[in-house]
Design a protein around this ligand. Structure first.
Ligand code: GRF
Length: 188
């Protein structure tokens, strides 16, 4: 079994797609061994509990630096022998400690066709810009914001004016692409 950690700060629908994918075999020969969350009360914590996944929930403010809390995360991942880190709505830039210890094994999902619409409000930004083809990107993580090498992308064409419907389409596309891409990465 290949061992995954998923980092999330919010709802965790991508966490759930990955955990469910491992359980059903849609992601082959893999399991989620850790959910890392930097927000008390985030809904992802309920999802992780439901899937019986170990949770590492922490408050960054209780640490004197990013290096300190990342050291704690990396130590826990070492102990669990994590092979791949999937960021799924983790609202922080990954710092040097995690890049030094897990660099090349961290991927992120972004709800836009990078390099367009980087940042935390990609769907809204693209919608307000008036694009006609939205999309999803999975990329390697380096020390830039949404800037690492692109691994996979899918386009989501939409010309309507209902942003909630659009968000739903994009999230659906994310869940499918994350499952497919994790298989591709693990097969390498
Ligand atoms: C997703 O749109 C992901 O692309 C972005 O944050 C959102 C997380 O959603 N990075 P969820 O918590 O997985 O539902």
């Amino acid at each position: 079994m290949r061992r995954l950690a998923v980092f999330a700060s919010g709802s965790g629908s991508n966490f759930e797609a990955i955990a469910a994918g491992c359980k059903s075999g849609a992601i082959r020969d893999a399991e989620v061994v850790l959910c890392v969350c930097d927000k008390a009360g985030a809904y992802v914590l309920e999802r992780a509990a439901r899937y019986g996944v170990d949770i590492l929930q922490f408050n960054p403010k209780e640490f004197s630096s990013k290096r300190d809390f990342e050291r704690m995360i990396a130590d826990r991942m070492d102990a669990l022998r994590v092979e791949l880190v999937c960021l799924a709505g983790y609202m922080r830039i990954i710092g040097d400690e995690l890049l030094e210890r897990y660099g090349g094994r961290i991927v992120n999902i972004h709800p836009a066709l990078l390099p367009a619409f980087k940042g935390a409000h990609a769907i809204k930004d693209a919608f307000e810009y008036g694009v006609k083809v939205y999309g999803v990107t999975i990329h390697e993580v380096d020390n830039t914001l949404d800037g690492g090498r692109i691994i996979s992308q899918v386009a989501v064409p939409y010309e309507g004016d209902d942003i909630e419907a659009l968000e739903e389409m994009i999230h659906k596309a994310e869940h499918k692409l994350y499952v497919e891409t994790i298989n591709r990465i693990l097969d390498k």
